[in-house]
Design a protein around this ligand. Structure first.
Ligand code: FE2
Length: 240
């Protein structure tokens, strides 16, 4: 998957002044020129949405996207900016399910799973996201300590799926049958976005190893830079 030519970045913090991503318009334009050099055509603007930290409204994101797109057009940067959001999985996520900013043109709901949260809560919340008709796209699963490839010991999902076909989805969900979290998320239809930097050690050797094992197991459905600034992006894309 990494060998294929990439034209869309599914995860990027390029909108200036919204979160901990690009700080200024100049910085966002520098990032855009790097994307252009690497052959990208579309960037999903996935600013963080975290209660108490990064709380820009959807209207503000739309406005920031439109302004940056106008700057791209002025500067003759032929890249399309798509709307999106990186949702933080916590108990406040339910408030964002009425009119979420999905990745533009899709029903993908990009969501980051923190390390310090119970597995049962992750299952409950993401199941509810699917009940709203959205497909959770799990951001950088290789960076989440709760997500591991299934082993015989931690996964009985295949037997469970056969048995649970006789029950309603709610009954299934309410069950406490032990199942590997990654397998559970696959079973309810989640997709998975890998960070390009993970594959060459940007987040350390352990995450690099995990990303490669996920890749080998065909876990990833999407890839993204998760870039926050030009220096970050240069390293991730390995360009100057
Ligand atoms: Fe991110």
């Amino acid at each position: 998957m990494r060998d294929q030519k990439r034209v869309t970045d599914y995860h990027c913090h390029i909108l200036p002044g919204i979160d901990d991503g690009a700080e200024t318009l100049e910085s966002a334009l520098l990032m855009a020129r790097l994307f252009l050099k690497a052959g990208y055509k579309e960037i999903c603007c996935t600013s963080h949405l975290i209660r108490g930290r990064y709380e820009a409204s959807s209207a503000e994101i739309l406005d920031a996207r439109n302004q940056l797109q106008a700057e791209f057009n002025r500067a003759k940067i032929d890249i399309k900016l798509l709307l999106g959001r990186e949702h933080y999985l916590d108990e406040f996520l339910f408030d964002n399910l009425k009119q979420p900013l999905l990745l533009e043109g899709t029903n993908l709901f990009l969501v980051e799973i923190p390390n310090l949260i119970s597995i049962e809560l992750v299952k409950e919340i993401l199941f509810k996201v699917t009940c709203h008709g959205y497909v959770p796209l799990i951001a950088h699963p290789e960076r989440c300590t709760l997500l591991e490839l299934p082993t015989q010991e931690n996964n009985n999902s295949r037997f469970w799926n056969f048995w649970s076909n006789q029950k309603s989805p709610i009954e299934n969900h309410q069950s406490k049958m032990p199942t590997n979290l990654l397998t559970y998320l696959q079973d309810i239809g989640c997709q998975f976005q890998g960070n390009l930097g993970s594959f060459h050690g940007f987040y350390g050797k352990n995450i690099q190893k995990k990303a490669k094992s996920f890749e080998q197991a065909s876990i990833y459905t999407h890839l993204g830079t998760d870039a926050h600034n030009p220096d970050h992006l240069k390293q991730i894309l390995n360009i100057t």
